[in-house]
Design a binder for this molecule. Structure first.
Ligand code: CS2
Length: 405
């Protein structure tokens, strides 16, 4: 049977890639956790099967995983998997921070984990595993990023090549492809209520909607995924989704927490935030291609209806995590594009200012920020630093005047 090696077995991949792959049939997935054994232990105890609790559609058994490996327990086993002949696809969901990139989307070689990986044959990061594993691979393989990042395949490609060059590893790039992709399915963390209602400790709650657009650039075979759009150019779809859905999500997260809300469906029911969510989406929409601009009003309505879903308990604090990694592609790219067109962007500015206000409130309340740059943020705030200094942490120096105006 053909296999996918999937790195990062969080709820999102178990609700998206795994669901699509099970529907396709004929493929199995071997999961890799880069850090803790928790998900592996939980899934192993139930033969790697779990319940996908699709809101409104009931429980679906997902049986597509054949096993799961935990990288720190045996990193060499992961490298071996990358070179195996029945693995035609290596897919990735490690979230934004898992790429170890600078705000300009290049590899952050001053990152301690990347430094360690450059010096050691047994890696810890996804970039280290890919570069070292692919250097030993002799047959075609596709590396498919399924994370929210603009041009996710291109930036992953660049980071892996950069790492390989610095580590002196030979990569046969004629055998490896890195398609860009847009992924979408709102998938919160598993709550006790979901565990109780499904009787499955490892159940994953998700919404009925799912969308996947992939650049048609596969080095070898791929599953016959149903309802996936294959295209030469993913960017218009990706930018639509990242700037409208994720941009509004992040604004709701920061402004929503500050207004005392807990979940997305509560924040979107707040009349002021509802108006602002739509306004942010429509500001972002002006940066899209003409085709996407045409569908933007309907798309915005559909997104708001999805945010309204009271059965999906999507925590605002979950979305608020890792803001330094998310804001660049969710808000700053739109702000830059609008600035170039000389168009106003009051709600996007409000969104970035809400992040600043949220960071300040958290640090002042002595709550640890969940962000790879948490220390730097806390240092700026507790030493009386300016908002401009916070913006420089996310590479927004060029936008300081616009955002803080
Ligand atoms: C969310 C996303 O956690 C977040 O930051 O904005 O996970 C969002 O739910 C997905 O991208 C929807 O496809």
């Amino acid at each position: 049977m053909n296999r996918i090696l999937h790195i990062g077995v969080g709820n999102f991949c178990r609700a998206h890639l795994a669901d699509y792959t099970q529907d396709a049939g004929g493929w199995s997935i071997t999961g890799v956790s880069l850090r803790s054994p928790g998900v592996r232990d939980g899934l192993q105890a139930q033969n790697y099967d779990y319940t996908l609790a699709v809101q409104g559609q009931g429980a679906k058994k997902v049986t597509v995983f054949d096993k799961m490996l935990v990288a720190p327990e045996d990193p060499a086993a992961i490298l071996k998997q990358i070179s195996m002949l029945d693995v035609h696809l290596i897919s990735i969901t490690v979230t934004e921070k898992g790429y170890h990139l600078l705000p300009d989307n290049t590899l952050d070689c001053s990152d301690p984990l990347i430094t360690l990986d450059l010096e050691n044959n047994l890696p810890r990061t996804v970039i280290g595993f890919l570069a070292r594993g692919l250097a030993a691979r002799r047959t075609p393989v596709t590396v498919l990023s399924c994370d929210n990042r603009a041009a996710n395949g291109d930036v992953l490609h660049r980071a892996v090549v950069d790492f390989a060059e610095r580590a002196g590893l030979p990569l046969d790039l004629s055998q490896i492809s890195f398609p860009n992709s847009m992924v979408d399915r709102i998938t919160p963390a598993t709550s006790q209520a979901i565990r109780d209602s499904t009787g499955d400790f490892m159940a994953v709650p998700t919404e009925p909607f799912r969308e996947w657009v992939i650049e048609d650039k596969f080095a070898g075979p791929r599953p016959d995924w149903p309802d996936v759009q294959f295209t030469d150019d993913v960017a218009p779809h990706e930018i639509r989704k990242l700037r409208m859905l994720n941009g509004a999500h992040s604004m709701l997260a920061y402004a929503g927490v500050m207004a005392g809300h807990t979940y997305v469906h509560e924040a979107i029911a707040d009349p002021d935030l509802r108006k602002k969510a739509r306004a942010l989406m429509m500001e972002a929409a002006r940066t899209l291609t003409p085709e996407m601009q045409e569908i933007a009003p309907d798309y915005a309505d559909a997104l708001i209806a999805r945010f309204d879903n009271p059965h999906i308990h999507h925590s605002l604090r979950q979305i608020a995590m890792d803001g330094t990694q998310k804001l660049p592609y969710r808000m700053l790219d739109s702000l830059r594009a609008l600035q170039k067109m000389n168009l106003p962007a009051p709600t996007l500015r409000f969104g970035v200012n809400s992040w600043i206000a949220f960071c300040r409130a958290e640090v002042i309340a002595d709550r640890a920020l969940q962000d790879p740059l948490a220390e730097g943020i806390a240092e700026v705030i507790s030493s009386g630093g300016s908002d401009a200094q916070l913006l420089s942490l996310i590479g927004a120096e060029d936008l300081t005047a616009v955002i803080l105006e």
